[in-house]
Ligand binder design. Structure first.
Ligand code: ADP
Ligand code: MG
Length: 358
């Protein structure tokens, strides 16, 4: 103990700093996949494929057909706080992209080995580059770290191998590949349900049939049926709050919610705000409370909501994982949603009593 009394303050070594930061952004394969999916969506992809080995712990690979990355940008791709999406701090106020801090790929490269193959429209061939600890590294010891030309389709393939190979504690805590796979699958399914213009697949290495394959041609309801089953879609109603219906400028919401007749045993709550999958305990509580007035105790519900608000009203820079967001006027928004839910749930009851009378 006495030793600490005499110790002096010193800045941490940058590699230590980067590793600590990486641990906050990437907690498990699911976080890495979310960042990579969002990058693919930011790049304008219409088709995204996810491939996993051991739940993403051994390998996780995301292939997209988006814009690709400029050759000259490759040296900075995994450099911390390097981004093509944000220039000034003020831009944070109106982010229209998922990414903005240039932290994801850097973080991943500090806790895993990253290989990237990318080709832009009009490029004659693709480039392949390998990264360790934020920097370009040789693919094999005899090579130079410079990106190598190779064959490839337009878009980007990012391969992440041996996640947490250099963070033994974290690696030991994530023993169950099947649990990690379940989480990743869940995430991909939710993005597939929400992203109308994008097709998604998710599969394990060696599997011929994907665990999930949802074409952009399917309707939202059909995607939900594929993922959650026929029982889940049997009693879904459309929720819509039009722009101008509340006092919150530009706010509007869309979604599908189950009526009181919902029969599935498990509750599902999917929330997107400005197209980003987020969590909100407050909104979940408000929804729980509203449903509890219409359902018998312990009954479940299905709620998929997509809220859209002005980017200025939303703060996504609250948490390293960007999973938790803060927004202005949350109380107005929550009560507008609860009111709408009551409306929709009431109609069912009326219809039911009407049906019983006749
Ligand atoms: P951010 O998304 O916050 O900018 P990232 O570390 O996730 O930070 O990505 C760094 C940069 O790499 C992005 O700004 C983008 O220019 C580029 N990038 C990453 N993934 C892709 C992709 N799939 N397609 C095209 N560009 C990408
Ligand atoms: Mg990103």
């Amino acid at each position: 103990k006495d030793e600490y009394k005499t110790r002096r303050i010193r800045p941490l070594d940058p590699t230590v700093v980067n590793k600590i930061a990486a641990g906050e952004v990437i907690e498990r394969p699911e976080n890495a996949v979310k960042e990579l999916l969002e990058n693919a969506l930011d790049a304008g992809s219409t088709s995204i494929e996810v491939l996993l080995k051991d739940g993403g712990l051994k390998l996780l690979q995301i292939s997209d057909n988006g814009s690709g990355i400029h050759y000259d940008d490759l040296p900075y791709l995994c450099q911390r706080f390097s981004t093509s999406k944000l220039e000034k701090f003020e831009d944070l106020q109106q982010m229209r992209t998922f990414g903005f801090r240039g932290e994801a790929l850097a973080s991943i490269s500090h806790v895993a080995k990253v290989t990237i193959t990318t080709k832009r429209e009009g490029d004659v061939h693709a480039w392949r580059a390998f990264y360790v600890d934020g920097k370009l590294a040789p693919l094999s010891p005899s090579n130079s770290p410079a990106p190598q030309p190779c064959a490839g389709k337009q878009g980007t393939v990012i391969t992440v191998e041996d996640l947490f190979y250099n963070v033994p504690g974290r690696k030991a805590a994530l023993k169950h590949g099947s649990e990690e796979y379940r989480r990743v699958l869940n995430l991909v399914q939710k993005y597939a349900i929400h992203s109308r213009m994008v097709s998604f697949t998710c599969k394990k290495v060696g599997e011929t049939v994907a665990s999930v394959s949802l074409s952009s041609r399917l309707s939202t309801k059909d995607k939900i049926r594929h993922v959650y089953g026929t029982l889940a879609v049997k009693h879904l109603k459309v929720l819509n709050i039009a722009e101008g219906a509340t006092n919150v400028e530009s706010f509007h919401a869309d979604g599908l919610i189950s009526s009181a007749d919902y029969e599935d045993k498990k509750s599902v709550f999917i929330l997107f705000i400005n197209n980003r999958l987020v969590e909100s305990i407050e909104l979940k509580t408000a929804i729980d409370e509203t449903y509890s007035k219409f359902l018998h105790k312990g009954a479940s519900y299905f709620v998929y909501l997509s809220l859209v608000m002005k980017p200025e009203q939303l703060d996504v820079n609250v948490h390293p994982s960007k999973r938790i967001v803060h927004f202005l006027y949350d109380h107005e928004i929550f009560s507008a949603i609860s009111e709408k839910l009551v409306d929709l749930l009431q109609t069912t009851d009326e219809q039911r009593s009407y049906a019983m009378q006749t």
